[in-house]
Design a protein around this ligand. Structure first.
Ligand code: PMP
Length: 413
């Protein structure tokens, strides 16, 4: 009998791939009584289940279209509604500037496929969203970190780095979450937005503005941060300014409506959008027309602003419970950021604490967070961590703070 030959090997980047460091924490989450500050999950109590049920009924009542394949670009009613939202934020967008994607996660993946070749230089604000690092590693990009401070990405450090880069290492793109970043919670200062776009024009790289959290602003109700200058302009404006627009804007309904819709979108100039549309054709043909239709009906129902407003208020309460709780604890050994929006608190640990010992003690106490290592492409600052205050209710957060303090106490010993 002939012996079977070994199956063909996996592609090199999938030979021993590292999985998502956050998803690897999932086994801890199922332990009884565990309080999770780990994932960026929106609060289930904030889902507008009634409004979404009505929207789903409406979507189904519109005939078989919601059950059929749809255009790769997305459902026209939804693209129209998203363009309207973009215009309210100062972008000169029309429905034609929008590609609906299966979560904003897919939008970034498409961009990487369209723009990045192995060895290409990519700039990333650090600490960074781990799935972005994962996508770039799989694309074999050369990731260069750009440091952040309380005002977001440090554009002066970026300018210095760009000036020192040899011509053959010109970056393809820069990735940033300017509004309430994941994980640092920072809002990029207005003058840095200007500087960033100017540097992008000067050095010819794309700026990927990933914005799932911009609407979740605490301090100014209704005051969603303005878009990056120059995000999508009309053809006429483009001609007047000369050259094309470097900013690609990504957003999502995951954090404000429901992640299960898997409705995200990309807003960009036509040449890039067209290429991402082709890349999407081989990924999933189209984002589910059913959930797109539910999303369009939901946005048309007029319930969205109140849903977002509820989320803002509730997340602010939860953030305060976490930050005040930890800051009020004597000798907690932890210094927290105080975000003005979003879902995350970034923290630095007293250097005398062993971070692994703290994590083990926290899990033993019944609370889990994401150790900072996950957010660095290399050379991690291990004395950092990210906590999300979005999913647990305020009393649970108070309990999580107590457990963290206990854990800190045992880790300090
Ligand atoms: N970008 C950032 C910064 C995120 O935090 C997330 C979700 N954690 C995503 C993108 C992906 O969101 P989705 O695919 O659900 O739209």
């Amino acid at each position: 009998m002939s012996q079977d030959s070994a199956l063909a090997p996996f592609a090199a980047v999938f030979a021993e791939p590292a999985g998502s460091p956050i998803r690897e924490l999932f086994p801890y989450l199922s332990r009884p009584g565990m309080i999770s500050l780990a994932g960026g999950y929106p609060s289930p109590s904030l889902f507008d289940a009634e409004g979404l049920a009505q929207a789903a009924q409406q979507a189904m009542a519109q005939g078989p279209g919601a059950l059929q394949y749809g255009a790769t670009e997305g459902l026209s009613e939804l693209r129209e509604a998203l363009a309207q939202q973009a215009r309210e934020r100062g972008m000169q967008a029309t429905a034609a500037d929008i590609l609906v994607t299966t979560g904003s996660q897919q939008a970034f993946d498409l961009l990487v496929r369209v723009l990045v070749e192995p060895g290409d230089t990519v700039l990333v604000e650090v600490p960074a969203y781990p799935a972005t690092l994962q996508a770039l590693r799989l694309a074999q990009a050369r990731i260069l970190p750009i440091p952040m401070d309380e005002q977001g990405l440090q554009t002066e450090a970026l300018a210095d780095l760009l000036a020192a880069l040899p011509a053959d290492q010109r970056p393809k793109l820069l990735y940033t979450v300017p509004n309430f970043s994941n994980p640092r919670g920072t809002l990029l200062a207005a003058e840095r937005r200007e500087a960033l776009v100017q540097l992008a024009r000067q050095h010819g790289f794309w700026v990927v503005e990933d914005d799932p959290y911009g609407e979740l602003r605490f301090d100014e109700p209704g005051g969603v941060p303005q878009a990056m200058p120059g995000t999508v302009r009309t053809a006429g404006e483009r001609l007047a300014a000369g050259g094309s627009n470097p900013v690609v804007y990504l957003s999502s309904l995951s954090k404000t409506v429901a992640p299960a819709l898997r409705v995200g979108w990309m807003l960009a100039d036509a040449p890039l959008l067209r290429r991402c549309t082709v890349a999407k054709q081989t990924a999933d043909l189209c984002t589910s027309p059913l959930t797109q239709s539910v999303a369009a009906c939901y946005l048309a129902s007029g319930r969205y602003p109140a849903t977002v407003q509820r989320a803002r208020q509730e997340y602010q309460r939860r953030m305060q419970a976490l930050v005040h709780g930890l800051n009020a604890a004597p000798d907690s050994g932890i210094r927290c950021s105080r975000p003005a929006g979003g879902m995350f608190v970034w923290a630095e640990l007293d250097r005398r604490i062993d971070p692994q010992k703290l994590f083990d003690a926290a899990v033993a106490q019944g609370v889990v967070y994401v150790p900072g290592k996950a957010f660095y492409p290399a050379d991690p600052d291990l004395h950092t961590l990210r906590m999300s205050f979005a999913a647990p209710e305020v009393p649970q957060i108070a309990q999580a703070v107590e457990r963290l303090c206990q854990a800190m106490h045992s880790a300090m010993k």
